[in-house]
Design a protein around this ligand. Structure first.
Ligand SMILES: CCCCCCCCCCCCCCCCCC(=O)NCCO
Length: 640
């Protein structure tokens, strides 16, 4: 590439060896900084083009002015044209979104009409909905209930919950046909025979869009059915609705331009958590008994905590990720895991039991072929369990602290030993986490969102992620001074990702070393498991997630470590919890926001996280089940 020199008497674009290196470097730096290399070439060409029209004695300044004018005009018109194209594209997207919204509305109305025509009595609806997972399973197996009856009842309830929360993205129309077929073929009853199951929008199912809340993926053909959906179907389950997610999946809001905003079933003005927020809203609201989600930073656990259900994030790819992994492309350092969400722990247990079977290991040979280990789940030896209520980044709010302490008391009453535990430096952890999941500096997300209507809750962060790295890094110091939040600083710093393969390898080594340090601490304390807050706070008002994003350290930790982690709803926010906010710190911007958003949060669900080492899914489920039994959740099923 020819170098440019702006000195008088020399032709633009002419290759020469210059001793005016400073000016030369400055020029080339400026040009490179603003991606003007192509414009530079353009100037050279223009210079050659208009040169013949100059009079020899004419002032060179004039030609420079003309050139600058031309360049500016070209640059501005280029920007204007781009803007116009962008506006036109966005208008088209808006139109498409409107059409899709109408289609979805009609589809839901059609199902409602169909169900009305069936004249199912309120009694039947209430009776079926009041059954626990085990009771429902038993009644289906014994033939007391038919798959179609159960499906229709859950469809009725799901539509009702959807009206309040907008949690359903698509109705799975073939569900009724599947149920009828299953009822006809009674001899071949799988263990999940007739259990309706809701599916997160990110799971591929041919015939249904799979977008991750991003219009960019809307027209992607879906040809292969997600492995877990295939196995669930083989076991007799009936996928009946698909549920909403946040745009990009990398936040715990549950809102996107295509499907709109999902509300919390306990208070629709608040978030249900994310990214499996549609699932949680539906299950927490009683419209589904079992669902499937995914989690790279807390997406199964945050919504279970915020919308009042339970979930399990398995470790080590224990469940197949095929047909759910197109959005976190190539992210191998911290991997997205698939897992179940349910109204009760029995739902999680049965789902894991039915998925960890030869069919799944056949469909996806990359999955470790470890069947469900009943002996661990039913084991009754006493355990040593660590607990904490403050992870060292953000102190959990009073309700979340109380929930952990209540679970601690329950476990102690069962003969387990509870010991205080503090995670290894969570700021070190979250820096590694953010660097891994945004290894490209967030570029892939920003590029995809350029062709979309950016969700208002993400605008600020997308803007920040669109800025040059040097500016983001510089700004991180200013942000730290203003907010006093270490997380905000780390999001801007580590969110820049890595610049080279060497840096990526270093990152991998640093993650390994964090894992080693953490395991050492775990072993030193002779732990079998850990309990901790489901999240730093309860559901916040919709649209405010980036004001409190630091809460994610509570869940990110167990993704970075690749440990097993499950969340169980254990209580609801009380007035006493709100009164106790007087002792909650308000030193940083996020702490102040958390305090503000807690107003009016009385009654919201509160979950606790249960953690085990990698491949300890059965142990974690055992502890969750023990706690749930003590909470008498099964006998007094909560109604919303
Ligand atoms: C340009 C990037 C836009 C992303 C928005 C970032 C929002 C705030 C940052 C919070 C840090 C990331 C936390 C991850 C939340 C949970 C995500 C998750 O588990 N998703 C599942 C994906 O399969």
């Amino acid at each position: 590439m020819q170098r440019l020199r702006w000195s008088k008497g020399q032709q633009l674009g002419q290759l020469h060896t210059s001793n005016n290196l400073l000016l030369h470097d400055y020029n080339s730096y400026i040009l490179r900084c603003y991606s003007f290399i192509h414009i530079r070439d353009f100037i050279c060409k223009m210079d050659r083009l208009i040169r013949p029209f100059w009079k020899p004695d004419e002032d060179r300044n004039r030609s420079a002015k003309i050139l600058c004018g031309v360049v500016a005009a070209v640059y501005i018109s280029n920007q204007v044209v781009r803007k116009i194209i962008n506006i036109v594209q966005k208008q088209q997207i808006k139109k498409k979104i409107q059409e899709k919204r109408e289609e979805r509305k009609l589809s839901k109305a059609k199902l409602e009409e169909h169900l009305k025509g069936k004249e199912i009595s309120t009694n039947t609806v209430e009776r079926i909905l009041s059954l626990s997972f085990k009771e429902l399973q038993a009644d289906l197996q014994s033939g007391k209930l038919s798959a179609v009856d159960v499906l229709n009842v859950y469809q009725i309830k799901a539509l009702e919950v959807d009206k309040r929360t907008n949690c359903i993205t698509e109705i799975v129309w073939e569900a009724e046909e599947t149920a009828l077929q299953l009822d006809l073929d009674r001899k071949k009853k799988g263990p999940l025979y007739g259990i309706p199951v809701s599916i997160k929008e990110t799971y591929t199912m041919p015939g249904y869009p799979c977008t991750g809340g991003m219009m960019f993926y809307f027209d992607d053909p879906v040809t292969e059915e997600n492995v877990l959906v295939q196995v669930l179907k083989k076991q007799g389950a009936i996928p009946f609705v698909r549920t909403n997610v946040p745009q990009t999946l990398m936040t715990f809001e549950c809102s996107n331009s295509l499907y709109g905003t999902t509300g919390n079933p306990y208070d629709p003005t608040r978030i249900p958590g994310g990214s499996s927020g549609g699932e949680a809203a539906l299950i927490g609201g009683g419209g589904s008994i079992l669902g499937m989600g995914g989690d790279i930073g807390g997406s199964l656990r945050i919504p279970a905590h915020m919308a009042g259900c339970c979930s399990l994030k398995p470790s080590g790819g224990r469940l197949s990720r095929r047909g759910q992994n197109k959005f976190n492309k190539g992210e191998t350092l911290v991997q997205s895991q698939t897992g179940p969400m349910a109204a009760e722990v029995d739902g999680l247990v049965n789902c894991m039991r039915c998925l960890l079977v030869p069919e799944m290991f056949d469909f996806d040979p990359a999955v470790p072929p470890i069947p469900f280990r009943e002996e661990i789940f039913t084991g009754n030896h006493k355990l040593t369990i660590g607990f904490y209520i403050d992870d060292g980044n953000l102190k959990a709010v009073p309700a979340c602290q109380r929930a952990v302490l209540e679970v601690k008391a329950i476990l102690e009453s069962q003969g387990h030993t509870l010991v205080p535990f503090k995670p290894v430096d969570v700021h070190r952890m979250v820096a590694l986490f953010l660097k891994s999941v945004f290894a490209d500096g967030g570029k892939s997300y920003v590029n995809v969102l350029e062709k979309d209507i950016v969700n208002p809750s993400l605008r600020r962060i997308i803007f920040a992620f669109g800025l040059p790295h040097w500016f983001r890094k510089l700004f991180s110091y200013v942000a730290k001074i203003i907010t006093k939040d270490q997380f905000t600083y780390l999001l801007l710093q580590s969110g820049c990702g890595v610049e080279s393969v060497t840096e990526y390898w270093d990152l991998a080594m640093n993650i390994e070393s964090y894992r080693t340090d953490f395991l050492k601490k775990w072993r030193d304390n002779k732990l079998d498991a850990v309990i901790c807050p489901g999240f730093a706070f309860t559901a916040v008002p919709s649209g405010r997630v980036t004001d409190v994003s630091g809460g994610v350290t509570y869940t990110n930790l167990y993704n970075l470590l690749d440990y097993t982690a499950g969340t169980l709803k254990v209580t609801n926010v009380t007035q006493a919890d709100l009164d106790n906010f007087q002792h909650y710190p308000s030193n940083t911007w996020m702490e102040k926001n958390i305090k503000k958003f807690a107003e009016g949060s009385k009654g919201l669900p509160v979950g606790v996280q249960f953690v085990g080492l990698s491949y300890q899914e059965e142990l974690v489920l055992r502890i969750m089940k023990e706690v749930e039994t003590c909470l008498h959740k099964n006998s007094s099923k909560e109604k919303l």
